[in-house]
Design a protein around this ligand. Structure first.
Ligand SMILES: Cc1cc2nc3c(=O)[nH]c(=O)nc-3n(C[C@H](O)[C@H](O)[C@H](O)COP(=O)(O)O)c2cc1C
Length: 171
């Protein structure tokens, strides 16, 4: 499949069948995250795979939307800001969240490529995720991904037009 078809097909899935995700499929999703580019190749992230009822229950307390607990797998994408690249010569901006987002996007696209649905989740309570996952100081949860087989086909996307998004040569 051409990449553009995969990008068109992927959409946020908020309803999952209970079928388990085979290890080889999950490993391919994680491998896609591992292969993602990062600033200076520092890879300042960790992926925590949660599949147990206890772990999923604990995460659901941080993000109680029913679809999230329905998914058989969650991946907690964490960053370690002290290990990320910072634009020190100019403004000191830390790029670890950009790196983590690229890795997460590689994972959701690999999930789609394997027939899995996924949803990015940022609206969680970070203190509860920290506690549920036992995150040490200096490691922050950035994104939760729900993963599982969709219970319904995907939807059409609503997006701004290219005219609204793209400028040429200057703002
Ligand atoms: C950084 C980020 C955070 C998001 N957080 C949530 C969230 O907390 N809950 C949710 O249901 N969807 C969340 N989404 C999914 C977006 O709502 C969704 O990607 C967007 O509406 C476009 O729809 P599509 O993914 O179906 O193409 C998030 C997406 C991104 C990229």
């Amino acid at each position: 499949m051409k990449f553009i078809e995969l990008a068109k097909r992927r959409c946020s899935i908020r309803g999952y069948r209970p079928d388990p995700v085979p290890d080889e499929v999950l490993n391919e999703v994680l491998e896609a995250g591992r292969l993602a580019p990062s600033a200076k190749n520092l890879q300042p992230y960790h992926f925590i795979v949660v599949r147990s009822d206890a772990g999923l229950d604990a995460l659901a307390s941080a993000y109680p939307a029913p679809f999230f607990r329905e998914a058989p797998v969650a991946i907690v994408v964490c960053t370690e800001p002290s290990k990320g690249w910072t634009r020190d010569r100019h403004d000191g901006k830390n790029y670890c969240e950009v790196d983590a987002a690229i890795a997460a996007d590689h994972m959701v696209l690999a999930a789609e490529d394997n027939g899995l649905g996924s949803c990015w989740v940022a609206a969680f309570d970070p203190a509860k995720v920290r506690e549920a996952m036992g995150l040490p100081k200096g490691v922050d949860p950035v994104i939760l991904l729900s993963l599982g087989y969709p219970d319904a086909p995907g939807r059409e996307k609503t997006r701004k037009t290219l005219e609204e998004l793209v400028c040429h040569e200057h703002w």
